[in-house]
Design a protein. Structure first.
Length: 119
């Protein structure tokens, strides 16, 4: 069962990377350098906190229920703080393009909605 959960997490993270690369490539074809950078940064603002959360939860596997729940809450809190910090850093980049940033960010987050369809 743990292997299945782990593989689902790996699939979701892999699909997030894939969608970030596809959107970034789309902006590379139709846009400029700044749009490509913005799309990549938006995707990373979604992916990096999710990776942190996944690693945090994975480390708690096999522990007692209370520690797993505490790890879940700590991981989610860290994920939110990391997302905020990443956006603060991203908005310091000169000439950041909001549309590509948000398109990539939202697309990477939407992978969770489609994860329900993956089997």
């Amino acid at each position: 069962m743990t292997d299945r959960k782990y593989s689902t997490v790996v699939k979701i993270l892999s699909y997030q990377i894939l969608i970030i690369l596809i959107i970034t490539a789309g902006f590379a074809v139709k846009g400029n350098e700044q749009q490509v950078l913005s799309a990549m940064l938006g995707g990373m603002a979604a992916f990096v906190p999710n990776l942190y959360f996944a690693l945090r939860i994975h480390r708690s596997a096999g522990q007692e229920a209370r520690k797993i729940v505490n790890s879940f809450y700590a991981g989610e809190s860290g994920k939110l703080l990391l997302t905020g910090a990443l956006f603060m850093i991203i908005f310091q980049v000169p000439n950041i393009q909001i549309l590509p940033l948000l398109v990539s960010y939202i697309a990477a987050l939407s992978v969770f909605w489609f994860a329900l369809l993956m089997r």
